[in-house]
Ligand binder design. Structure first.
Ligand code: FES
Length: 267
């Protein structure tokens, strides 16, 4: 790995074209969109997406890209709504992403054309919702988790790989209480507690960490999440300055090998 891989947009764009366009990517806990009309919008791997639950209870993942001028339809991170109304010129979609109406001055020339928001492949596992832009190779499999207790969201000023490497670097090898799920999930277990760390790459220098707590209350983990942020931002400064540690554990070596292989194979 080179310093530029952590600190420049070109590497992130290559990762978007390869890893983030082909793998199952975690989006949120299902319970974060528990009720009819609930939505959650975010950016994962450079893709703007929105999870939305319709009136029948079905959960979908839609591209957050308006069919009028490709702008983000949903501008707020989460909420509850009757329909999805684009904030730019008012094109409106139902909760399944189907085009419903537009103000006359910006109405589509052919109202019978399919103007639905793009619906993405989605999957659920372990209480989490996943999506994929491409043709996923294998389904996510986290196994059974205890009852959902809540989610913490932590914004980190750093590249997503720094966060992964920090989480993996704490563990030199796989063990019964720690599992790594390529590319963006780590699961720690302790007794009846399971903590799912979800890495959400947003830009090449901005990463959101979602800490989903199962089997306990999320608030108790705030200090740990704050420590991860602190350490990762320090590591990001080190990487940008050219300090790249060796592969000092089986998990870290495997992460970097997979990263190199997947990005290079698809280029
Ligand atoms: S970009 Fe959405 S209505 Fe124009």
């Amino acid at each position: 790995m080179k310093s530029e891989d952590y600190a420049q947009g070109d590497a992130f764009q290559a990762e978007k074209r390869t890893i983030f366009s082909t793998e199952w990517l975690p989006l949120c806990a299902e319970r974060q969109v528990a009720n009819a009309g609930d939505f959650l919008s975010t950016t994962v791997g450079g893709w703007g997406v929105v999870a939305v639950r319709d009136k029948a209870g079905d959960l979908r993942v839609l591209r957050n890209a308006c069919r009028h001028q490709n702008m983000p339809v949903v501008g707020t991170p989460s909420g509850n709504c009757e329909s999805l109304r684009c904030r730019f010129h008012g094109w409106t979609y139902d909760l399944a992403g189907k085009f419903v109406a537009a103000p006359p001055p910006v109405a589509p020339p052919d109202p019978k054309a399919d103007l639905s928001l793009q619906s993405l492949a989605s999957a659920r596992d372990g209480g989490l919702l996943f999506f994929s832009i491409g043709r996923p190779r294998s389904a996510p499999s986290l196994g059974a988790l205890p009852a959902y207790g809540g989610t913490l969201s932590t914004d980190i000023a750093g590249n997503w790989k720094v966060v992964v490497e920090h989480l993996l670097g704490e563990r030199r090898e796989a063990s019964a209480d720690f599992a790594w799920h390529w590319p963006l999930l780590a699961v720690r277990r302790a007794g009846t507690l399971a903590i799912v760390e979800q890495i959400m790459p947003q830009t090449f220098l901005r990463t959101r960490l979602l800490t989903h707590v199962f089997g306990g209350a999320a608030d108790l983990h705030k200090p740990a999440a704050a420590t991860i942020k602190l350490v990762c931002e320090r590591l990001q400064a080190d990487r940008a300055a050219g300090t790249i540690p060796e592969n000092d554990g089986v998990l870290l070596a495997e992460f970097r090998r997979r990263l190199r292989q997947d990005v290079q194979l698809a280029l």
